[in-house]
Structures are given as structure tokens and as C-alpha cells.
Design a protein around this ligand. Structure first.
Ligand SMILES: [Zn+2]
Length: 472
């Protein structure tokens, strides 16, 4: 029964260009609301860089596998989180940036919502709590948290289903999407779409439907087919080429996902009798597989088969064939640059002075845990993921919130400037304050909730006083 219910929620926000959403790992020292990130220091102490980054790659790939988005890892220049720049496609860093600083104990990570809820580069950025005990394939599982936070960064809100990745609390390892998560992300971006060779009645899924690329050959004796797509895991796409009269006795074939998607590409060449001539594959997300077939002569025909080799099981790719001597130029990524725009959605000031409808809208937002997320001097729409046993606000703040919400529902007129509205605003601002309490300048705003979280989570006050960031 539960499996058939659709209990996901979405933020009403999404990236303009789902065709290429980039992500990056911020270098240590990058300012996260005034606190330097220690993502590498924290995770390198536990696992080699390539190992922990692969958990994030795999987390991104589970979303790419089921929705009409391509995700691509890019470099990061260490600009402060929230620095001015492009909303999407900023050349300095990923659209989604992963970082880690000490957050309030019990918080695993936090994510800022995507455009247009946040109109600038902060949209989609993810901050992990560097003081929590991170693991791979054990609690707290990096991939589980990464899937959840990337879900937010793509526009997912929380699900009512406790087994969904987008459930609002960490309850267990969840390394694959629940059907509810799949339904949710598809409601935002749609399912993966077949490329021009596999849509509108076209198909090249089998060798007998192989598409001839002979008409695509340029005067330089090269073929480039961009905008290809492995839509479903296990899908194979078949092409056919004939060796032209001008050739060098060999030809080269490339399946490129580098800069295009997380697909791990594989390309195989067969002769006209389906005899295997060569195979190349990658084990890396978003890579290029290339092979050269020697000993060919004019007029011979060859099948080319493209598919995934595991890991990134779906995604965009480009196919290139070179019969000549001029090196191939890799296919450039699609244009995705979007300037910063105004953030949408009411802020706290609007709320405190707001009308009944504003409060009701905000109440719904609170139920979705879609609120102002404060990390140091950063404040924007977002969400924080908590470990088991940790609540989002104190009983006192919850009761203030409930009183304001009840007042809003009972009132027939605006409740602007009432004590309840002010209390409501105060509760809201505390609710998602996840800054470290032990860094300068933040003691006043974070101390309260930090103690509250510790108390609610069953931690003794005495032990709270002893806890420190686990830096190594
Ligand atoms: Zn969440």
C-alpha cells in the first residue's frame, strides 16, 4: 500500500538547465559563512580523497539515473560560499558546492535550495557537519546524506515515507532511491528522454537498427555526434561507419561523457560479421572511452556500440569517429550560464509583519522544513538533516510556533506586529540555525539551540560542555 502512495514533496524550484548541473568540492579554507571549510581535512583523515569523492559521485548518479538531468563534477576555486556570481554555470565553481564546517551537534548536513528560491550562487550548496562521525557503508553513511542533500539541491523537499531518501531525518543507510524519490524528481525534471536516435519512432538499440553515420563525415574525415543519451541502465546504442577512400589504415572511436554527464562510457567496435574488433571502457564517472582499430581499408563497414560500463549507468554522451590525421576536438558542454536573479519566497521580515496567508504559507513551508537556513553570515532558503534523537527546535520554541500558527488559523485579519507573530519569527529563525557555537561572533544566536538540541537528544549537559570538533 505504502509503495503506491506518492508522498514526496518538492520545493517548487529547479535549475534552469537540467541538461548540465555541475558540482564541486570546495578546497579547505573556503569561507562558509565566515568559517573555513575543512571538507578535505575531515574526510581525508578517514578515506583517500578518491574514495570519499566517489561516494558523492555515486550519490549524484542515482538522481541522474532516473531524471532528465545530467550532473558533472567541475573544479572549485575556493571563492567564499555565497560570493557574487552566476546562479548557474559560474566558471569558478560548481552549481552545487560541497563543503564541511562544524555545525550544531546532531546536524548531519544542510543544503540551500536551488533557483529561484535562492537566486544567486549559494543556491544548491551543501554544508556537511565536520564534527559528526562519517563512514562509508555504516552510520553516518556519506552517500546516504549526499543523496539526501543533492535531492534538496535539485529541488526535492521531504517525503512522508520513512524509507525514502528524502525523509526528513536520517533513520538508516539509504543508498538507492525509493520509488517515492523517483516520482518526486521526475515531477520536477521529467524522466530521462531518449536522444534523437531513440525517440519519435527512431531506434538504434540493436545492431540490426544500427544508424549509419557515413553522412556525418566532414571534409577532415571526422564524425561528431553530440546530444546522445543512454536513457536507461543497460541500454546499448548501435551505429555503422564505412571506411572512406581517404584514410590512414586505422580509425579511432571515442565515447565522451567528460564535461557532459556522469555516464561511465564504454565503446565497442565489431566488423560487419559482428566479430569483435576492440573495446574500451572507463570506470570513472564522466569520462571518455577511446579505442583505435588498426588494419582497415576503404569500403569496410564496422558496427560501433555505445553503452555504460557501470557506475554512471545513464547520461549524456557524444560519439566521435576519426578516419583522418587531425586530432578530434572534444565536444563542448552545453550553455548553462544564468545570471543571478532575485530570490523568491518570503523572508523573515515579511513573515513577522505578515498576513494570515503569509503565516499559513510559512507554516506549510515549516512542515516541509523549507525555511531560512542560517550558517554563519549566510542566510537563505534551505534545509538541515538531523541525526536520530535530535529535534529541530526546543519545546518552548515549538509551542511559540504552534501558538502563532493557531492564532493565524483563527484570525480573520492580519496579525502583523503582534507578539505572536514576533515569537513566530523568532522561533523560525532559531529553528534552522546550524552554525557552530564555538566560533567567534555566533555564540549569542546559536548557544540557545545548541543546548536545546543536546538536551532533547538525551545528552547530559556535562558531556555537552566537553564536546569539541574532531579535528585530526
Ligand atoms: Zn532534508
Amino acid at each position: 500500500m505504502e509503495e503506491r502512495l506518492l508522498l514526496y514533496a518538492t520545493l517548487g524550484a529547479n535549475w534552469v538547465y537540467g541538461s548540465r548541473i555541475t558540482y564541486s568540492f570546495v578546497p579547505d579554507g573556503t569561507s562558509i559563512g565566515g568559517t573555513p571549510s575543512t571538507l578535505y581535512q575531515t574526510l581525508n583523515a578517514l578515506y583517500p580523497t578518491s574514495v570519499w569523492q566517489r561516494e558523492f559521485n555515486e550519490a549524484a548518479a542515482v538522481w541522474q539515473a532516473v531524471a532528465n538531468v545530467n550532473l558533472v563534477q567541475v573544479s572549485d576555486d575556493g571563492s567564499a560560499l555565497g560570493a557574487a556570481g552566476y546562479q548557474q554555470g559560474d566558471p569558478r565553481f560548481g552549481d552545487i558546492r560541497f563543503s564541511a564546517i562544524p555545525l550544531a551537534f546532531g546536524t548531519l548536513g544542510a543544503a540551500y535550495s536551488p533557483p529561484q528560491l535562492n537566486g544567486g550562487p549559494l543556491a544548491g550548496d551543501v554544508v556537511l557537519n565536520s564534527i559528526m562521525s562519517w563512514k562509508i557503508d555504516a552510520n553516518y553513511d556519506l552517500k546516504t546524506v549526499a543523496i539526501h542533500e543533492i535531492g534538496h539541491a535539485l529541488g526535492m523537499s521531504h517525503s512522508e515515507i520513512s524509507r525514502a531518501d528524502m525523509y526528513s531525518y536520517y533513520t538508516a543507510m539509504k543508498q538507492a532511491l525509493h520509488s517515492d524519490d523517483v516520482s518526486g524528481i521526475r515531477s520536477i525534471y521529467g524522466g530521462r528522454q531518449g536522444d534523437a536516435w531513440n525517440s519519435n519512432g527512431q531506434s538504434n538499440l540493436s545492431y540490426w537498427d544500427a544508424k549509419s553515420l557515413d553522412g556525418w563525415r566532414t571534409s577532415a574525415n571526422q564524425i561528431t555526434v553530440a546530444d546522445l543519451n543512454i536513457t536507461n541502465p543497460g541500454q546499448t546504442e548501435w551505429f555503422w561507419v564505412t571506411i572512406p577512400s581517404s584514410n590512414i589504415g586505422s580509425f579511432t572511436v571515442s565515447a565522451q561523457s567528460t564535461n557532459l554527464s556522469l555516464l561511465t562510457p564504454q565503446v565497442t567496435v565489431y566488423d560487419a560479421s559482428l566479430g569483435l574488433k576492440g573495446n574500451a571502457y572507463s570506470s570513472q564517472f564522466g569520462d571518455t572511452a577511446t579505442l583505435t582499430i588498426p588494419g582497415v581499408s576503404t569500403g569496410q563497414g564496422f558496427f560501433i556500440r555505445a553503452t555504460a560500463s557501470g557506475g554512471g549507468s545513464t547520461g549524456a554522451y557524444a560519439l566521435q569517429v576519426n578516419f583522418g590525421t587531425v586530432p578530434l576536438t572534444p565536444v563542448a558542454p552545453p550553455f548553462t550560464m544564468v545570471p543571478t536573479q532575485n530570490s523568491q519566497g518570503a523572508g523573515l521580515n515579511t513573515l513577522v509583519q505578515g498576513t494570515v496567508n503569509t503565516v499559513r504559507a510559512t507554516e506549510r513551508a515549516l512542515q516541509d522544513h523549507h525555511v531560512q537556513l542560517k550558517i554563519g553570515n549566510l542566510s537563505a532558503w534551505g534545509d538541515a538533516l538531523l541525526a536520530p534523537g535530535f529535534a529541530r527546535a526546543s519545546p518552548a520554541l515549538e509551542s511559540l510556533y504552534a501558538a502563532a500558527a493557531a492564532k493565524a488559523q483563527a484570525a480573520s485579519a492580519p496579525i502583523a506586529a503582534t507578539a505572536e507573530a514576533s515569537a513566530f519569527g523568532a522561533a523560525l529563525s532559531f529553528r534552522h540555525e546550524v552554525s557552530p557555537s564555538w566560533t567567534g561572533g555566533l555564540q549569542t544566536t546559536t548557544g540557545a539551540i545548541d543546548d536545546v538540541l543536546a538536551g532533547w537528544g538525551g545528552f547530559e549537559k556535562s558531556s555537552v560542555g566537553k564536546r569539541r570538533p574532531h579535528r585530526s
